[in-house]
Design a protein around this ligand. Structure first.
Ligand SMILES: [Zn+2]
Ligand SMILES: [Zn+2]
Length: 178
């Protein structure tokens, strides 16, 4: 997906594209490394306008990725949907400016050279940002029993896993004795 500078200087440019994840080198790399696999193509919409001497590109990306829970090792699917705004300023110097995060709002400043802005890397980046570093099938995932490997989400396995478990056993005993 490319934004033509001459065009955006004259009028708003609206672009939409649906591509398989493998179209984006960094996403293909992620799949190759086994971090996750995309179960839906990446759809991207970008609206670009020229303002105050730079290009403001707002857009959204959507896809879905199958991940492995870092606690219980179950596979689960994570829908991805994210909106972004990127300000592109023409790079005057020899070297490209580093991308700068302006604030914790999703405002990103980037630079471009030449007569068009290639959005490919930015789209992939926005998708990558939505993939958690430590995937969890649920915030309350109980994980696996370190002793027998049972999935504790499916129920207590009965192993003695130390302090917390002893306390629970004691509580159970009190209840039974009553
Ligand atoms: Zn889990
Ligand atoms: Zn166990």
């Amino acid at each position: 997906m490319k934004i033509a500078i001459e065009k955006v200087k004259r009028t708003q440019v609206d672009l939409a594209e649906v591509e398989p994840a493998s179209h984006y080198p960094s996403l293909a790399e992620m799949e190759k490394s086994g971090e996750g696999s995309f179960t839906a193509p990446v759809s991207a919409e970008v609206s670009a306008v020229w303002e105050y001497g730079h290009v403001r590109a707002t857009g959204k990306v959507a896809s879905a990725v199958r991940l492995t829970c870092s606690r219980c090792l179950a596979e689960y699917e994570l829908p991805i949907s994210s909106e972004f705004t990127i300000f592109f300023t023409e790079s005057k110097g020899e070297e490209l400016d580093e991308e700068v995060e302006l604030s914790d709002e999703e405002l990103i400043s980037a630079s471009y050279t030449g007569d068009e802005i290639d959005m490919t890397a930015e789209i992939a980046e926005q998708v990558m940002l939505e993939v958690p570093y430590k995937p969890l099938c649920s915030e309350s995932c109980l994980g696996l029993c370190p002793q027998c490997g049972a999935d504790l989400n499916a129920g207590e396995c009965g192993c003695d896993r130390g302090g917390i478990n002893l306390k629970m056993a004691a509580l159970k005993k009190i209840k039974i004795e009553k």
